[in-house]
Each structure stands twice: as structure tokens, then as C-alpha cells.
Design a protein around this ligand. Structure first.
Ligand SMILES: Cc1cc2nc3c(=O)[nH]c(=O)nc-3n(C[C@H](O)[C@H](O)[C@H](O)COP(=O)(O)OP(=O)(O)OC[C@H]3O[C@@H](n4cnc5c(N)ncnc54)[C@H](O)[C@@H]3O)c2cc1C
Length: 390
């Protein structure tokens, strides 16, 4: 393994997003969005005009060519300000762009990818259910074909379905065969959010407030068979789509959010320590604060290396199930540790809503849970590395 500077096109993207944030996402406005759980779709449209949603879509479908590394850099830079555009970008470029590119039928690629590349479509993830968290193979939302085979009828409840109302489709994991064995009875379907029989209710929660999250109730929702992800061949093969290459990338996209937020926490605490005076000197003069910040920077650098090594593997199309799980586990946990230490550097102001630190902590508390909990990553790492068990 050896290291080199990020290539020029990546540095240009970083600068471009930093400029965009300075112009479109002032801190006060972001704090208001967070209080209101407001997804700024108008600002998302402006972001899409930069072309970044095309980073997960091949050129033949209207994208600028799949560059996972670059798309993750976009997430990191956005998350350094907040989740309010990092989230919507993921819903479009990853939940939409990556999944349809990897698992869609040719007709679905032609229909959806150009719109996703232009940022004109948004997907929500319908995986979790009231009784199903980590054990996704156990989903109980059912899908059955109509007798003429032309439609699929969906019944059940999806939980924690973030940004369902703002999205065009729910990328929904369903049990499509009641007889077939576990892992052979699942499909993904695209459920339009305006379909008759669909309703929504909210869950009050503290972190990741870039959009409302909650239950999506599906009561005899009828969709055309064309909405089975992967077409006819996708029926009962949902599990292979869930654990395929898209999952490695999915672990990285949420991990990149954690990394971006941790960067923001360190930057804010670093700055604050050089402004706040106590006992006649800057608190950055006190050795305890200096050591805390040195530790935070060091851990952050470890996270940087780990994430972008896994991102590089994913970008090269190399196997990275272990590395992406390790990155999710380590960075998800470490980013929260970093932010909690940075919060202490800011004393009482680390808890005040006129600063951003309390939001960083709230958002980072979600990271070891969402997108596969830390224990799920541990299970995956030991499983992938064939640790013997009786
Ligand atoms: C803000 C927010 C937004 C979300 N957005 C979405 C979304 O858009 N779409 C969506 O589908 N879901 C979403 N989720 C749900 C999220 O993906 C789940 O919370 C996550 O998968 C974990 O499921 P659970 O909370 O039900 O925990 P459970 O699976 O019930 O686990 C509870 C605890 O037990 C541990 N555990 C469970 N099984 C094992 C095991 N085999 N070995 C060791 N430990 C185990 C877990 O690690 C965890 O600590 C969101 C959650 C939050 C908080």
C-alpha cells in the first residue's frame, strides 16, 4: 500500500462543494432547518445543477461515469456543514443511482437513471419494520402477484422510513413468497409515494433531522410488475441485491457522513479553544485541552485513512466487504467519541443550540445504529474472515 495526493478532479469537487456551502448553507439557516426537520429541496435542486448526482451513474444513462470515491467526497464535504444536503444527496445518488445501476432492469435503468443523474428523483429506504431491525431477512411486509400477473399488491408497515414524504419512490424490501425458505423469499419493489393505499406517520426523534422519519403503512397498495427491481428476474432474488456490492457502498456512504460531521466537530472545537479565555489565558493554552484536541485530530486522521482506503477499493471494483464493515464499525464509533470530547472543550456552549456542536453529537449518536449497527458489522467481519464457530 502507498499513498499519494488526491487527484485534481477530487480537489476541484472539494472546492466546489465548499463554495456551494458558503453560498447556500449559512450556519443559522441550517440550524433553523434542523429545528423544523426541513429538507431544503430547493437548495438540493441547486446542488444537483453542479452535476454531482451523476457521479453514481454511467455515461450511457446520462451520468458522468461512476466514481464512488468522488461521490463520497461530495458527502463528506456536505456533512461537514450538516446532514441537510448530505442526506438528500444520498437518497438520490446512492439509494437511487447506485441501486438502480447495480440491480435495476434495463428498462428501469433507462427510465430512472437519467432523472437520478439530474437530481430529479429521490428514493427513500423501506427496509426496517416495527419488528425487524438488523434481521432484514425477516421482513413481514408481503407482496403478492395479481391473478393476471400484471400487478403486485403490497401490505405491511415500513418503519423509520426517512424522507418518505419527500421521495418519489420507496425502495422497499418485501416478502414475496410465503412458502420459500429464508433468503429466497424476498424482493425489492419500487413503491410510488403517491400510490393509493399508502399513508405516513412520524416518529419523534433527536438525530438525523434532515427530514422527517416514521412509518409508511401499505394497505393493499397496487404497483405494476414493472416496478419489481430487476424486472421479472428480480422476483424472490431481493436478498442477493441487498448483500451485493451496493451494500459495501451503502456502509461507506453513511460512514462518510460520520467522518464529515467529526471533521466539523474538531474544526469548531479547535477554533473555540483559540477564542475562549479562562484563568487569564486561552483555553487552548491549558494542556488538558491541547491533549484532547491532539487526540481528536489523531483519531480523525485514522478515520480518514480507513474510509478512503475502503472507498478506493470500492471504486476499483475490488472486494471490500471486510474493509467497508471495519470502516463502518470503527468510524461510526470513533466519530462519536471524537465529538463527545470536542463537546467538552466547548463547555456549556457545547450544549447550546446557538452552536452546532450539540447537533453534531445528536447526529453522530445515530451512526453506530443506522445502516447496520456496530454489532452487525462485527458479525460481518468475523463471518467474512471465517472465524470458526460451533
Ligand atoms: C434516525 C434514523 C433514521 C433511519 N432511517 C431509516 C431508513 O430510512 N430506512 C430504514 O429502513 N431504516 C432506517 N432506520 C432504521 C435503522 O436502519 C435501524 O435502526 C437499524 O437497522 C437497527 O435496527 P433496530 O434499531 O431495530 O435494532 P435491532 O436490530 O433491534 O438491534 C437492537 C440491538 O441489538 C443488537 N443486535 C441485534 N441482533 C444482533 C446480533 N445478531 N448480534 C449482536 N447484536 C445484535 C444491535 O446491534 C442493537 O444494539 C433509521 C433509524 C434511525 C434512528
Amino acid at each position: 500500500m502507498y499513498f499519494q495526493e488526491e487527484p485534481e478532479h477530487i480537489l476541484i469537487i472539494r472546492q466546489q462543494i465548499k463554495r456551494f456551502i458558503a453560498e447556500e448553507m449559512p450556519r443559522d439557516l441550517v440550524r433553523q432547518w434542523d429545528r423544523d426537520m426541513h429538507m431544503p429541496k430547493d437548495v438540493m435542486c441547486k446542488l444537483a445543477k453542479l452535476g454531482v448526482c451523476g457521479l453514481t451513474v454511467d455515461e450511457q444513462y446520462g451520468g458522468i461515469g461512476r466514481d464512488i470515491y468522488a461521490a463520497l467526497v461530495v458527502i463528506e464535504e456536505l456533512a461537514r456543514r450538516s446532514m441537510h444536503l448530505a442526506g438528500p444527496f444520498i437518497h438520490t445518488a446512492f439509494y437511487g443511482g447506485i441501486n438502480i445501476s447495480e440491480s435495476g432492469s434495463e428498462a428501469q435503468k433507462q427510465a430512472y437513471l437519467p432523472k437520478l443523474a439530474r437530481g430529479e428523483l429521490m428514493f427513500a429506504y423501506g427496509l426496517s419494520e416495527p419488528d425487524v431491525g438488523g434481521d432484514l431477512a425477516d421482513v413481514r411486509t408481503t407482496a403478492r402477484r395479481t391473478s393476471d400477473g400484471a400487478h403486485v399488491i403490497i401490505n405491511g408497515t415500513k418503519r423509520w422510513c426517512t424522507a418518505a414524504r419527500e421521495s418519489d419512490f420507496i425502495y422497499c424490501l418485501v416478502r414475496s413468497d410465503t412458502e420459500a425458505p429464508r433468503y429466497h423469499n424476498l424482493s425489492f419493489v419500487l413503491v410510488p409515494t403517491d400510490a393509493p393505499g399508502i399513508s405516513f406517520s412520524d416518529i419523534e426523534h433527536t438525530g438525523l433531522r434532515y427530514a422527517k422519519t416514521g412509518d409508511v403503512i401499505l394497505d393493499d397498495v397496487q404497483i405494476p410488475v414493472e416496478n419489481i427491481v430487476g424486472g421479472e428476474a428480480g422476483w424472490n432474488t431481493g436478498w442477493s441485491k441487498l448483500i451485493g456490492p451496493a451494500l459495501d457502498v451503502e456502509r461507506l456512504e453513511i460512514t462518510t457522513c460520520a467522518l464529515g460531521i467529526a471533521h466539523a466537530a474538531v474544526e469548531d472545537a479547535w477554533q473555540y479553544a483559540q477564542e475562549r479565555r479562562q484563568f487569564g489565558k486561552l483555553i487552548s493554552s491549558h494542556q488538558a485541552i491541547r491533549h484532547t484536541l491532539a487526540d481528536a485530530k489523531t483519531k480523525l486522521q485514522a478515520c480518514d485513512h480507513m474510509l478512503y482506503h475502503a472507498a478506493w477499493l470500492a471504486n476499483e471494483g475490488k472486494p471490500c466487504a471486510v474493509e467497508s464493515s471495519m470502516a463502518k464499525l470503527f468510524i461510526g464509533e470513533t466519530a462519536l467519541e471524537i465529538a463527545l470530547e470536542c463537546q467538552k472543550v466547548m463547555g456549556a456552549y457545547g450544549l447550546a443550540t446557538e452552536y452546532d456542536m450539540e447537533r453534531y453529537v445528536r447526529d453522530l449518536m445515530c451512526m453506530p445504529i443506522v445502516g447496520g449497527s456496530s454489532n452487525m458489522q462485527r458479525n460481518n467481519i468475523t463471518g467474512q474472515l471465517h472465524l470458526a464457530r460451533d
